[in-house]
Design a protein around this ligand. Structure first.
Ligand code: SAM
Length: 319
C-alpha cells in the first residue's frame, strides 16, 4: 500500500541547487521541459516560473503520492503542466505518447524526497518505525522485506556491498539472516548497528544498508542508465540535460554516460583504427560536478551530497 502523504504531517522538501538547475537548463520563456523526478514539484515550479509565459512541463514520478502532491502544489500552473505517474526508464515512450518532443531541457533529481523519507509507512528511513517496503510505486512486486527475509546470505551480502558500498556487508548479512524474520525499519537498523564495530560515527551505521535495499527494490541504477540515453534522444539540438545525484554509484553512471556521449570514438585504447562509428551526441557543460555552497548546505543539510552534471545536445542529424 502506498501512503497518502499529508503535507501537514511531514517535513517539507527543499529542492537542491535550484539556481544552478535553471541556469544549466538555460530555461527560457515559451519552451518545453521534462522533469523526470517531479516529487513535490520544487524544481518544476522554478522551471515553470522561468519559462513563463508559454513554457510547458511534463512531470514524471514513479510514486503516485508524489504526483498527487505535485498536482496540488502546482495547481496555479495547471494549464502548463502534464503529470504522469511512471518510471523515467520509459521516458521516450512517455514523451512519444504525449507528443512532447523535441524538448529543450530534461531534469533528473535522483533518489527520494524528504516527504518520502518522512512518510510513516513507506519504510525509506531507519529513523521512522515502518514496515520494510521502500517501493516507489505500489505496482512493484519486490519489497525490502522480501530481500531482507528471503534472499540467501550471499545474495543479501552482495546487495549490501554492491549498492551500499558497505565494507561490513558480509557481517551485516549474517546478522540479518540470524535474526529473521525482521519486520520493521527500526528493528533492521538495530541489527545492522550491532553488526558494525564502534568508531565509524560519521553517518548512522544503517545508512549504507538502507541505501542498498532501496536501490535494489527500485532497480534504481538500471533505470538511470536506461533513462540517460532516452533523455538525450528526446532533446532537440542545443537542448540541455541536468542530473543531480546523491551518491557515487549514481554519479559514476552519469559521468561515464556524458564522457562517452561527448566522444566521436569509443573504441578501446588498444584498437589502433576506429571501428565503432560512434558520433558524439553531447557537449559536457560541467567538467567537474557542481556542488552546493556552504550557505545552501547550512540551510538544507540534505543537499551536502548533491552533485550536478549537465550536458548540451549537439545538433541532431535529420535523415
Ligand atoms: C529528490 S526527489 C525530487 C524532488 C523534486 N526535484 C523537487 O524539487 O521537489 C526524487 C523523486 O524522484 C522519484 N523517482 C526516483 N526514481 C524514479 C524513477 N526511476 N522514475 C520516476 N521517478 C523516480 C522519487 O519517487 C522522488 O519523488
Amino acid at each position: 500500500m502506498v501512503a497518502v502523504l499529508s503535507p501537514n504531517a511531514i517535513p517539507s522538501h527543499t529542492p537542491v541547487l535550484t539556481e544552478e538547475v535553471i541556469s544549466f537548463l538555460a530555461v527560457q520563456p515559451g519552451r518545453r521541459y521534462v522533469d523526470c523526478t517531479i516529487g513535490p514539484g520544487g524544481h518544476s515550479r522554478a522551471i515553470l516560473d522561468a519559462s513563463a509565459p508559454g513554457g510547458v512541463l511534463l512531470g514524471l514520478d514513479a510514486d503516485p503520492a508524489a504526483i498527487e502532491l505535485a498536482s496540488e502544489a502546482l495547481s496555479d500552473f495547471a494549464g502548463s503542466i502534464r503529470l504522469v505517474n511512471g518510471n523515467f526508464r520509459d521516458l521516450r515512450d512517455v514523451c512519444n505518447r504525449y507528443e512532447f518532443e523535441p524538448v529543450h531541457g530534461v531534469l533528473f533529481d535522483l533518489g527520494v524526497s524528504s516527504l518520502q523519507l518522512g512518510s510513516a509507512d513507506r519504510g525509506f528511513s531507519f529513523q521512522t518505525e515502518a514496515p520494510l517496503d521502500m517501493r516507489f510505486g505500489p505496482d512493484q512486486a519486490l519489497t525490502a522485506a522480501e530481500i531482507v527475509n528471503e534472499y540467501s546470505d550471499t545474495d543479501l551480502s552482495n546487495v549490501i556491498w554492491q549498492y551500499g558500498e558497505e565494507r561490513a556487508s558480509r557481517r551485516i548479512a549474517r546478522r540479518i539472516v540470524a535474526a529473521r524474520p525482521i519486520s520493521t525499519t527500526t528493528e533492521l537498523a538495530r541489527i545492522v548497528a550491532k553488526a558494525i564495530p564502534g568508531g565509524r560515527k560519521r553517518i548512522h551505521p544503517a545508512t549504507r544498508t538502507f541505501q542498498a535495499l532501496r536501490i535494489a527494490v527500485n532497480d534504481e541504477l538500471t533505470a538511470i542508465a536506461e533513462a540517460l540515453d532516452q533523455a538525450r534522444d528526446v532533446l532537440g539540438s542545443g537542448g540541455r540535460m541536468v542530473v543531480i545525484s546523491f551518491h557515487s554509484l549514481e554519479d559514476r553512471i552519469v559521468k561515464q554516460f556524458m564522457q562517452r556521449e561527448s566522444r566521436d570514438c569509443i573504441c578501446p585504447p588498444e584498437i589502433p583504427v576506429c571501428s565503432c562509428d560512434h558520433k558524439a551526441t553531447l557537449k559536457v557543460l560541467t567538467k567537474r560536478p557542481v556542488k552546493p555552497g556552504d550557505a545552501e548546505v547550512s540551510t538544507n543539510p540534505r543537499s551536502r551530497s548533491a552533485r550536478l552534471r549537465a550536458a548540451e545536445r549537439l545538433p541532431v542529424e535529420v535523415d
